[in-house]
Design a protein around this ligand. Sequence first.
Ligand code: ZN
Length: 250
Amino acid sequence: MPGPRMPGQCVVTVMMDSGRQRDARQGGPGSMAKVNYYEVLRVPVNAGDDEIVAAHHRLVSLLVPDLHPRASAAAKRELCEAVKLVDTARGVLTRPALRREHDSELGKPAPSEPPADPTNTDGCMICGSTPANHVVFRRQQGMLYRRRIWRVEGTVCRDCGRSVGRDWQSRTLIAGWWGMISLFVNSYYVLANTVELFGLFGLDRPDRDPATASPLPAPLDPKPPLILRLGPLFFVALIVVIILVNRAGA
Ligand SMILES: [Zn+2]
Protein backbone atom coordinates (compact mmCIF):
# COMPACT_ATOMS: atom_id res chain seq x y z
CA MET A 1 0.00 0.00 0.00
CA PRO A 2 1.22 3.57 -0.58
CA GLY A 3 2.67 5.59 2.28
CA PRO A 4 0.47 7.79 4.47
CA ARG A 5 -0.72 11.05 3.01
CA MET A 6 -0.31 14.44 4.64
CA PRO A 7 -3.48 16.51 5.13
CA GLY A 8 -4.44 18.36 1.99
CA GLN A 9 -2.67 16.02 -0.35
CA CYS A 10 -4.32 13.89 -2.99
CA VAL A 11 -6.37 11.11 -1.49
CA VAL A 12 -6.27 8.23 -3.89
CA THR A 13 -7.17 4.59 -3.95
CA VAL A 14 -4.42 2.34 -5.21
CA MET A 15 -5.77 -0.26 -7.53
CA MET A 16 -5.05 -1.34 -11.00
CA ASP A 17 -6.51 1.31 -13.26
CA SER A 18 -8.55 0.58 -16.31
CA GLY A 19 -7.12 0.41 -19.78
CA ARG A 20 -8.92 3.66 -20.59
CA GLN A 21 -7.21 5.45 -17.69
CA ARG A 22 -3.83 4.11 -18.67
CA ASP A 23 -4.30 5.16 -22.27
CA ALA A 24 -5.39 8.62 -21.18
CA ARG A 25 -2.02 9.14 -19.50
CA GLN A 26 -0.12 8.32 -22.63
CA GLY A 27 -1.19 9.05 -26.14
CA GLY A 28 -4.81 9.94 -25.30
CA PRO A 29 -7.98 7.88 -25.24
CA GLY A 30 -7.98 5.16 -27.80
CA SER A 31 -4.22 5.12 -28.06
CA MET A 32 -2.69 1.68 -28.37
CA ALA A 33 0.22 2.78 -26.16
CA LYS A 34 0.34 1.29 -22.66
CA VAL A 35 1.91 3.05 -19.74
CA ASN A 36 5.06 1.32 -18.65
CA TYR A 37 5.02 1.60 -14.86
CA TYR A 38 8.71 0.81 -14.71
CA GLU A 39 9.34 3.89 -16.82
CA VAL A 40 6.98 5.99 -14.72
CA LEU A 41 8.87 5.06 -11.55
CA ARG A 42 12.19 4.87 -13.42
CA VAL A 43 13.11 1.52 -11.98
CA PRO A 44 14.55 -1.49 -13.82
CA VAL A 45 12.21 -4.33 -14.73
CA ASN A 46 13.83 -6.53 -12.10
CA ALA A 47 13.42 -3.93 -9.33
CA GLY A 48 12.55 -5.25 -5.89
CA ASP A 49 9.88 -3.83 -3.59
CA ASP A 50 12.33 -1.66 -1.66
CA GLU A 51 13.57 -0.03 -4.84
CA ILE A 52 10.02 0.53 -6.07
CA VAL A 53 8.91 2.04 -2.76
CA ALA A 54 11.95 4.37 -2.70
CA ALA A 55 11.29 5.49 -6.29
CA HIS A 56 7.62 6.08 -5.45
CA HIS A 57 8.57 8.17 -2.43
CA ARG A 58 11.01 10.29 -4.47
CA LEU A 59 8.40 11.04 -7.10
CA VAL A 60 5.49 11.71 -4.77
CA SER A 61 7.61 14.10 -2.73
CA LEU A 62 8.07 16.16 -5.91
CA LEU A 63 4.50 15.95 -7.14
CA VAL A 64 2.18 16.52 -4.17
CA PRO A 65 0.05 19.60 -4.90
CA ASP A 66 0.92 21.12 -1.51
CA LEU A 67 4.44 21.50 -2.87
CA HIS A 68 3.11 23.81 -5.57
CA PRO A 69 0.91 26.35 -3.76
CA ARG A 70 1.03 28.81 -6.65
CA ALA A 71 -0.06 26.29 -9.24
CA SER A 72 -3.38 26.95 -10.97
CA ALA A 73 -6.40 24.79 -10.17
CA ALA A 74 -5.90 22.98 -13.47
CA ALA A 75 -2.23 22.38 -12.71
CA LYS A 76 -3.12 21.01 -9.26
CA ARG A 77 -5.57 18.62 -10.85
CA GLU A 78 -2.77 17.49 -13.17
CA LEU A 79 -0.51 16.98 -10.17
CA CYS A 80 -3.19 14.94 -8.42
CA GLU A 81 -3.54 12.77 -11.51
CA ALA A 82 0.24 12.40 -11.59
CA VAL A 83 0.27 11.28 -7.95
CA LYS A 84 -2.48 8.78 -8.71
CA LEU A 85 -0.44 7.42 -11.61
CA VAL A 86 2.65 7.04 -9.45
CA ASP A 87 0.60 5.43 -6.67
CA THR A 88 -0.91 3.04 -9.18
CA ALA A 89 2.54 2.19 -10.55
CA ARG A 90 3.69 1.29 -7.04
CA GLY A 91 0.50 -0.59 -6.30
CA VAL A 92 0.83 -2.69 -9.44
CA LEU A 93 4.56 -3.37 -9.26
CA THR A 94 4.50 -4.41 -5.59
CA ARG A 95 1.64 -6.88 -6.06
CA PRO A 96 2.93 -10.04 -7.75
CA ALA A 97 -0.31 -10.91 -9.56
CA LEU A 98 -0.82 -7.39 -10.90
CA ARG A 99 2.84 -7.12 -11.80
CA ARG A 100 2.71 -10.35 -13.80
CA GLU A 101 -0.32 -9.02 -15.68
CA HIS A 102 1.46 -5.73 -16.37
CA ASP A 103 4.60 -7.52 -17.50
CA SER A 104 2.66 -9.72 -19.89
CA GLU A 105 0.97 -6.62 -21.37
CA LEU A 106 4.36 -5.02 -21.89
CA GLY A 107 5.99 -8.15 -23.25
CA LYS A 108 8.63 -8.15 -20.55
CA PRO A 109 11.98 -9.46 -21.82
CA ALA A 110 12.84 -13.04 -20.99
CA PRO A 111 15.11 -13.49 -17.96
CA SER A 112 18.02 -14.48 -20.19
CA GLU A 113 18.00 -11.02 -21.78
CA PRO A 114 19.73 -8.13 -20.03
CA PRO A 115 17.10 -6.14 -18.12
CA ALA A 116 16.08 -2.83 -19.61
CA ASP A 117 17.02 -0.04 -17.27
CA PRO A 118 14.60 2.90 -17.55
CA THR A 119 16.64 4.70 -14.89
CA ASN A 120 19.47 4.95 -17.38
CA THR A 121 18.09 8.17 -18.85
CA ASP A 122 18.79 11.83 -18.42
CA GLY A 123 15.14 12.88 -18.72
CA CYS A 124 13.11 14.75 -16.10
CA MET A 125 11.50 12.33 -13.65
CA ILE A 126 8.43 14.60 -13.43
CA CYS A 127 7.68 15.32 -17.09
CA GLY A 128 10.20 13.26 -19.06
CA SER A 129 11.74 16.29 -20.80
CA THR A 130 15.41 16.69 -21.59
CA PRO A 131 17.91 17.98 -20.71
CA ALA A 132 17.74 17.52 -16.95
CA ASN A 133 19.95 17.92 -13.89
CA HIS A 134 20.08 16.01 -10.63
CA VAL A 135 19.11 18.40 -7.84
CA VAL A 136 18.54 18.42 -4.09
CA PHE A 137 16.37 21.09 -2.48
CA ARG A 138 15.98 21.59 1.25
CA ARG A 139 13.81 23.67 3.52
CA GLN A 140 12.98 23.82 7.17
CA GLN A 141 10.70 25.40 9.70
CA GLY A 142 12.44 26.73 12.78
CA MET A 143 10.47 26.50 16.03
CA LEU A 144 12.90 27.93 18.63
CA TYR A 145 14.17 24.65 20.06
CA ARG A 146 12.86 22.33 17.40
CA ARG A 147 13.04 22.11 13.62
CA ARG A 148 11.02 20.47 10.92
CA ILE A 149 13.08 19.67 7.84
CA TRP A 150 12.17 18.59 4.32
CA ARG A 151 14.33 17.41 1.46
CA VAL A 152 13.53 16.49 -2.13
CA GLU A 153 15.92 14.97 -4.59
CA GLY A 154 15.60 14.00 -8.21
CA THR A 155 16.52 14.50 -11.85
CA VAL A 156 14.49 17.38 -13.23
CA CYS A 157 14.32 19.62 -16.28
CA ARG A 158 14.88 23.37 -16.07
CA ASP A 159 11.22 24.32 -15.58
CA CYS A 160 10.25 21.54 -13.15
CA GLY A 161 13.41 22.24 -11.13
CA ARG A 162 12.70 25.94 -10.98
CA SER A 163 9.09 25.37 -9.99
CA VAL A 164 10.07 23.22 -7.01
CA GLY A 165 13.31 25.03 -6.11
CA ARG A 166 11.88 28.54 -6.16
CA ASP A 167 8.98 27.51 -3.96
CA TRP A 168 11.20 25.74 -1.44
CA GLN A 169 13.68 28.62 -1.36
CA SER A 170 10.87 31.10 -0.77
CA ARG A 171 9.39 29.00 2.03
CA THR A 172 12.67 28.47 3.86
CA LEU A 173 13.50 32.17 3.55
CA ILE A 174 10.35 32.83 5.58
CA ALA A 175 10.04 29.91 7.99
CA GLY A 176 13.59 28.65 8.32
CA TRP A 177 15.24 31.20 10.62
CA TRP A 178 13.34 30.87 13.88
CA GLY A 179 15.76 29.22 16.31
CA MET A 180 19.48 29.26 17.15
CA ILE A 181 20.33 26.05 15.33
CA SER A 182 17.79 26.83 12.64
CA LEU A 183 19.53 30.13 11.94
CA PHE A 184 22.81 28.44 11.02
CA VAL A 185 21.31 25.45 9.26
CA ASN A 186 18.97 27.60 7.22
CA SER A 187 21.90 29.71 5.97
CA TYR A 188 23.32 26.50 4.53
CA TYR A 189 19.96 25.48 3.07
CA VAL A 190 19.51 28.85 1.35
CA LEU A 191 23.04 28.70 -0.06
CA ALA A 192 22.66 25.10 -1.24
CA ASN A 193 19.29 25.83 -2.87
CA THR A 194 20.82 28.86 -4.61
CA VAL A 195 23.61 26.71 -6.04
CA GLU A 196 21.07 24.18 -7.33
CA LEU A 197 18.92 26.91 -8.90
CA PHE A 198 21.97 28.43 -10.61
CA GLY A 199 22.82 24.99 -11.96
CA LEU A 200 19.45 24.94 -13.74
CA PHE A 201 20.37 28.11 -15.63
CA GLY A 202 22.72 26.05 -17.76
CA LEU A 203 19.91 23.84 -19.06
CA ASP A 204 18.18 24.44 -22.37
CA ARG A 205 14.41 24.79 -22.72
CA PRO A 206 12.74 21.44 -21.86
CA ASP A 207 12.10 19.22 -24.85
CA ARG A 208 9.72 16.26 -24.44
CA ASP A 209 9.25 13.20 -26.59
CA PRO A 210 5.45 12.62 -26.65
CA ALA A 211 6.05 8.86 -26.39
CA THR A 212 7.75 9.28 -23.02
CA ALA A 213 5.99 7.73 -20.01
CA SER A 214 6.09 10.26 -17.18
CA PRO A 215 3.84 11.37 -14.31
CA LEU A 216 3.12 14.74 -15.95
CA PRO A 217 2.59 15.32 -19.67
CA ALA A 218 4.40 18.70 -19.67
CA PRO A 219 6.88 20.59 -17.48
CA LEU A 220 5.67 22.43 -14.38
CA ASP A 221 5.16 26.17 -14.68
CA PRO A 222 8.23 27.84 -13.11
CA LYS A 223 6.65 31.30 -12.80
CA PRO A 224 6.99 33.64 -11.04
CA PRO A 225 10.74 34.17 -10.64
CA LEU A 226 12.11 33.88 -7.13
CA ILE A 227 12.61 37.63 -6.75
CA LEU A 228 8.84 38.18 -7.14
CA ARG A 229 7.92 35.65 -4.44
CA LEU A 230 7.22 36.41 -0.81
CA GLY A 231 10.35 34.74 0.64
CA PRO A 232 13.05 37.14 -0.65
CA LEU A 233 10.86 40.15 0.23
CA PHE A 234 10.36 38.81 3.75
CA PHE A 235 14.08 38.11 4.13
CA VAL A 236 15.09 41.65 3.10
CA ALA A 237 12.48 43.11 5.46
CA LEU A 238 13.81 40.92 8.28
CA ILE A 239 17.38 42.15 7.70
CA VAL A 240 16.20 45.78 7.67
CA VAL A 241 14.32 45.29 10.94
CA ILE A 242 17.39 43.67 12.57
CA ILE A 243 19.62 46.58 11.43
CA LEU A 244 17.15 49.18 12.69
CA VAL A 245 16.79 47.43 16.06
CA ASN A 246 20.58 47.23 16.44
CA ARG A 247 20.96 50.93 15.62
CA ALA A 248 18.24 51.88 18.07
CA GLY A 249 19.99 49.87 20.79
CA ALA A 250 23.46 51.34 20.07
ZN1 ZN B 1 10.26 18.41 -16.12
